[in-house]
Design a protein around this ligand. Structure first.
Ligand code: F6R
Length: 608
């Protein structure tokens, strides 16, 4: 979750590190720190809070240094504070470490090191690594780091500097991503490529157990087993406007408003209207195995999991596949039996989510074909899968996922169309689905046009602290996602439930202080959802409805209605969720909440 950057080259390191950390801040933002080597001495500046605070303290000093590293933290062991902020220093003050991941045997190692006289100044697991390096150091930093890491269990992406090696950085990875950016006479090591956005387009992704020695002359990669290895150099294409705000006050709002474009990108070149068919080039190489598959297991976390739930309904409607959706972090606790030819589809925005990766490893062990639906090109999940589909939705910066969710839903429908057309789905049904998909960008734009109306509703409800979101069938995952968006960025209590499940318990919470958002678009479940709304109204619960344009019946139950355009029943939820995203955004604005970096969360969840 934490962001890491290291730099070695001919340019002043501090501004490069600070800019890199600002770009990585979406990974964690409770504290930050930078260390450089200058005139043969190690300097470190750390502090609680955001990188901007750190930048102000760094503005004046250490501009002569051309080697350094930085870290932005999402606390695991030890509260956010200056003493727990990285870089962490060894007992003798000679080496420093920035780290992402969790040292699982930290307790035992800490006791061993303390028994040998090492003094700990923080509550972090990372400090152990700094002391271990000192413990192992005999003149070679590379060897000391390797030996230290051999004593460590758990996950790490880390960078190390040593005062006696002023022209050398060591970086290593196990379970947490690390990437090298290779420039002319300069090299970056970072937890992801955003750290050196547009500074170089040549990157090398480290693999688990790789240890890289970076100097002003270049780099060499070894494995922990002391083998020299070459890793493939990739050329990445920076999107011109990848992480710009484009005049919006927050990334989340920019990402909500860009959805007509991201849906267009998700569909571009992937539908054949005349054949009512989808074409997903990323799946071509496994298409024969896909045609034979009977069973698909979708694994994901959070918002991506809710997209998976939506995908389950659509895949079950359009194909004859048996579809299961699993929360990645729970899958490992189950004794799952995979039928021959099971396909596992991992859904992940970042492609780095530790729980999803761990579940994929389990599934791979059991013989599944691994596929991915991922946004971040070159991320760990894309490298673990045999084939997959990219969102092509650009970097998502706001911690609360928005544009990727709609893109995931859209692509899952494309996958369902593709697989359905291989089996029983007719060309005319296929054509109808393609036409429905192609309407989505304009339909989302129509919801965005109602931003002021949605803002007015959100503002008038901002006094309430508890919310229920209900929906049936395709709208059930949307209810879950709507509740997640609201709680993530405004910290109010919000629960999503299947509307039919409401009477089995949730209804007990309803009174005049407990509003419900109802997904009541026109589909086969409409009448039943309306009955649920009546039940809430009878108990004086305030109601907001997301309904289909032209529905006048709904206004007999509530006047707070957001209308979305009609489409095929399983496509209507996509514009509907955009209304909920805007509701959450304006609600949080009204309550003066942090939007893009909500407390306690991080964008890329690389710890289990
Ligand atoms: C919620 C959100 C998270 C992520 C989850 C999985 O807005 O963003 O729930 O969906 O952490 O992340 P990815 O999709 O990167 O695997």
């Amino acid at each position: 979750m934490c962001g890491i950057i290291g730099y070695i080259g001919n340019n002043p390191a501090v501004p490069i590190l600070v800019r890199g950390l600002q770009r990585l801040e979406y990974r964690g933002y409770d504290s930050a720190g930078v260390a450089v080597i200058e005139d043969g001495k190690l300097y470190r500046v750390r502090g609680k809070g955001k990188v901007s605070g750190l930048a102000a303290r760094l503005a004046e000093g250490h501009l002569g240094s051309t080697i350094g590293m930085g870290h932005t933290r999402w606390a695991t062991h030890g509260e956010p504070s200056e003493t727990n902020a990285h870089p962490h220093v060894s007992d003798d003050g000679a080496s420093m470490v920035v780290h992402n991941g969790i040292i699982e045997n930290h307790y035992v190692l800490r006791q061993q090191l303390q028994a040998r006289g090492y003094i700990f100044t923080s509550e972090t697991d990372t400090e152990i690594v700094a002391h271990l390096i000192q413990d192992e150091y005999q003149g070679s930093l590379l060897q000391a780091v390797k030996n230290a890491l051999r004593r460590v269990q758990g996950t790490y992406g880390l960078v190390v500097m040593h005062v006696d090696h002023p022209r050398e950085l060591i970086a290593a990875r196990r379970g947490s991503p690390m990437v090298l950016g290779v420039g002319e006479d300069e090299t970056w090591v970072a937890s992801d490529v955003a750290a050196f956005l547009r500074l170089t387009d040549k990157v090398i992704y480290l693999e688990d157990d790789d240890v890289v020695q970076v100097t002003h002359q270049g780099f060499a990669i070894d494995t922990l087993a002391d083998e020299r290895v070459e890793r493939l150099m990739h050329q990445i294409e920076w999107e011109a406007d990848a992480v710009e705000l484009r005049g919006y006050p927050h990334y989340m709002l920019q990402e909500i408003f860009i959805q007509p474009e991201t849906i267009t990108n998700a569909l571009r070149g992937r539908v054949v209207a005349s054949e009512g068919m989808a074409h997903l080039g990323g799946l071509d190489m496994v298409i024969d195995r896909l045609k034979k598959a009977h069973h698909i297991v979708i694994i994901a976390c959070g918002t991506s999991y809710y997209a998976g739930l939506y995908g389950q309904y659509v895949l079950e409607k359009l194909t004859d596949l048996v579809v299961e959706v699993e929360i990645a972090s729970e899958l490992r606790y189950r004794n799952t039996t995979l039928r021959p030819g099971t396909v596992v589809l991992a859904i992940s925005q970042s492609g780095e989510t530790a729980d999803t990766i761990a579940a994929m490893r389990e599934m791979e062990r059991k013989g599944a074909l691994l596929l991915g639906l991922v946004n971040v090109v070159g991320s760990t999940i894309t490298r673990m899968t045999e084939a997959g589909v990219y969102n092509h939705a650009g970097t998502e910066i706001g911690v609360a996922s928005t544009k990727i969710f709609t893109s995931q839903c859209c692509i899952l429908t494309l996958i369902a169309l593709l697989l359905g057309r291989f089996k029983h789905l007719s060309v005319t049904d296929g054509m109808e689905i393609v036409a429905g998909l192609e309407k989505l960008p304009a339909q989302i734009a129509a919801v965005l046009d109602q931003a002021e109306h949605i803002r007015a509703i959100a503002t008038s409800y901002a006094q309430f602290d508890n919310y229920l979101f209900i929906g049936r069938k395709y709208n059930y995952p949307i209810a879950l996602e709507g509740a997640l968006k609201l709680k993530e960025i405004s910290y109010v209590h919000a629960e999503g439930c299947a509307a039919g499940e409401m009477k089995h318990g949730f209804l007990a919470m309803i009174d005049e202080r407990f509003p419900t958002l109802c997904l009541a678009t026109k589909d086969t479940t409409y009448e039943k959802t309306l009955s649920n709304m009546q039940e809430i109204k009878s108990r004086k619960g305030p109601l907001i409805a997301i309904a289909t344009e032209g529905d006048t019946e709904i206004t007999s139950i509530t006047n707070d209605v957001i209308y979305t355009p009609p489409n095929l029943d399983f496509l209507q939820p996509i514009p509907a969720v955009v209304a909920l995203q805007l509701f959450a955004y304006y609600f949080a604005i009204e309550r003066n909440c942090e939007i893009d970096q909500p407390r306690n969360l991080a964008k890329s969840v690389t710890v289990e």
